[in-house]
Design a protein around this ligand. Structure first.
Ligand SMILES: *Cc1c(COP(=O)(O)O)cnc(C)c1O
Length: 390
């Protein structure tokens, strides 16, 4: 059945694709060995560095974010290498599962589904590793399953304070383009990202931004790899081309999406996300509901995860919202399945999109018989009006 109006895709990724990006991807496919493609490739590969805040190489794979996780690990590490992980939620745990499958030994030093990484734990555990057996510290920047954002600079400082040589690898698949990330300034060795969240593209591209220390490690690392190999990519990318067929139309879209982010200004983009996130949290509080993230310094600008009142199914609630208001909210993943729902407020979103989203949530509580206090929408409106430009 078709519905009038538009679908509200308010999951924390994939996020809605802005019209100019959609239009860019709808161009006719071009020859990926042509001079025209070479220009596009060179332009996009160079421009994208600004989004990562890096001067080093950014590799673009035709894959989902999971592929870029594997790429990061298999290029920089060797079978049996220990890596340090911190379970901030479902995605952190999946990354460590993937690591095990490709022959690495993840050591999970902390677990917190209600906040970000505690850098003191990282420092203390690294200090114990006097033989430097841990080769990488792998953390998730924005944990999309819980709505917490780890302060990556603190993790860098913890590694430095311990005087440990481990690489710092960061998954910012749902953070990039929504939450500030400074690869070079924060000393990140590998950044892992994806196209379908803050970058406002359809799913299908993933990224590895590779710093010099990780690149050096890749020269002697021995996990078998072919498709994901950095060396071949980086060599051919120098000319604007790719070793295999790139996702040409997504690159047209990426070119446009980067322009949109840079035109708005990254700092303005981040401030917009922070403000809409704050409005959302105020609504949640007014409803008398709980934010899964309990640590204010780790509140996510990308999404808010709402804990359902005891005895109420989050999935039944989400189904009601979808059926009645044509809006998709994010489900609870693994441990918190059916216990929470997630409100995505990332990417191509403004005040009124958010207000429609929050209104759908509040009407949904009513329909699903979920106990709540009225007035969340009102609180968010007031906050947004108060913080608008005069
Ligand atoms: C979405 C997401 C992933 C998985 O990415 P896919 O594109 O689904 O492979 C990994 N980590 C985080 C933090 C994510 O948000």
């Amino acid at each position: 059945m078709t519905k009038a109006g538009r679908h509200f895709l308010q999951i924390p990724g994939p996020s809605p694709v802005p019209e100019p990006v959609l239009a860019a991807t709808a161009q006719q496919v071009i020859d990926h060995r042509s001079p025209e493609f070479g220009e596009l490739g060179a332009k996009v590969l160079s421009k994208v560095k600004q989004i990562f805040k890096t001067r080093y190489d950014v590799i673009i794979y035709p894959s989902s974010g999971t592929g870029a996780w594997e790429a990061a690990l298999c290029n920089a590490l060797s079978p049996g290498d220990k890596i340090m992980t911190y379970e901030t939620g479902h995605f952190a745990s999946l990354w460590s599962k993937l690591a095990t499958r490709i022959g690495l030994v993840p050591i999970t030093v902390g677990e917190n589904w209600r906040g970000g990484v505690d850098p003191n734990v990282i420092e203390a555990e690294l200090r114990k590793d006097t033989g430097h057996e841990i080769k990488a510290v792998c953390v998730v920047h924005n944990e999309t399953s819980t709505g917490s954002t780890t302060r990556i600079k603190e993790v860098r400082d913890a590694i430095d304070a311990a005087g440990h040589p481990a690489l710092l690898m960061v998954d910012t698949i749902s953070g990039l383009g929504s939450a500030d990330l400074r690869m070079d300034e924060w000393g990140i060795d590998v950044v892992v990202a994806g196209s379908q969240k803050g970058l406002m593209l359809p799913p299908g591209l993933s990224f590895n931004a590779v710093g010099p220390k990780a690149l050096a490690a890749s020269k002697t690392s021995s996990i078998r790899r072919s498709y994901w190999d950095w060396a071949e990519m980086i060599a051919i990318n120098k000319t604007g081309y790719f070793p295999y067929t790139p996702a040409t139309n997504l690159l047209f879209g990426l070119d446009k999406a980067i322009d949109m982010l840079l035109t708005e200004g990254l700092d303005n983009v981040f401030a917009r996300h922070e403000r809409l996130a704050e409005a959302t949290r105020r609504a949640v509080q007014s409803w008398g509901m709980e934010n899964l993230c309990q640590s204010p310094r780790h509140f996510s600008p990308v999404l808010t995860t709402v804990v359902m009142p005891e005895g109420h199914s989050a999935d039944a609630y989400r189904r009601k919202v979808l059926k009645n208001f044509n809006m998709s909210l994010g489900s609870g993943l693994s441990k918190v399945a059916d216990k929470v729902f997630r409100i995505g407020h990332l990417g191509d979103i403004n005040e009124l999109t958010l207000m429609g989203t929050l209104a759908g949530c509040e009407m949904g509580f009513e329909l699903a018989g979920v106990p709540h206090q009225k007035g969340g929408v009102d609180t968010a409106m007031r906050y947004l009006a108060e913080t608008s430009a005069a």
